[in-house]
Design a protein around this ligand. Structure first.
Ligand code: 5GP
Length: 155
């Protein structure tokens, strides 16, 4: 039964001190945009484009292969919800969802996460995890996304 729920395992053990685990425990700051019992969404601190947001499960999984299917469904529900709000907040004609598994794929933080990135015709994204954003700007972007989420909840 558990093999039906879990896709496999990562090549490394889960480290409770990874930065996203610290954010989940409230030990490290984050510009949060959404939280429920199973997931958290917050701004990427080194965005590849304005509005770059991350969604993580509260389940301790290194990568996609370690996450039980139920948690995956909960996480994807948040990805869909936050993605819609990011699209509205940044007037983005396109949204790219990315998710990297293992160092060979470019994963740098070893708690499963989904990237939500606005895309526009002819506008290239910046380099992956390269340049720290201005915190005032990140705060304003988070506020924009929260406003959209609030509108879609009431509308
Ligand atoms: P990965 O390379 O693992 O797919 O993506 C990790 C992402 O986490 C990168 O886009 C990077 O900018 C972001 N990141 C790294 N450290 C922090 C942090 O302390 N806070 C936040 N909010 N994002 C981070």
């Amino acid at each position: 039964m558990s093999r039906l729920l879990v896709g496999g395992s990562a090549d490394m053990a889960y480290d409770n001190n990874n930065i996203f685990a610290k954010i989940l425990r409230g030990e490290a700051p984050a510009f949060k945009v959404f939280e429920d019992d199973h997931t958290l969404a917050f701004m990427d601190v080194m965005p590849q484009i304005a509005g770059h947001t991350l969604v993580i499960p509260k389940f301790a999984a290194v990568d996609l292969h370690e996450l039980p299917v139920v948690s995956l469904a909960q996480t994807m529900a948040t990805v869909q919800r936050v993605s819609g709000a990011v699209k509205q907040a940044f007037s983005a004609p396109g949204i790219m969802i990315a998710q990297l598994n293992g160092p060979a794929a470019g994963q740098t933080v070893f708690h499963l996460h989904f990237h939500i990135m606005p895309r526009y015709e002819g506008l290239e994204m910046g380099m992956h995890a390269r340049e720290m954003a201005d915190f005032a700007v990140l705060n304003e972007h988070a506020e924009r996304i929260r406003e959209q989420l609030a509108q879609s909840a009431t509308g």
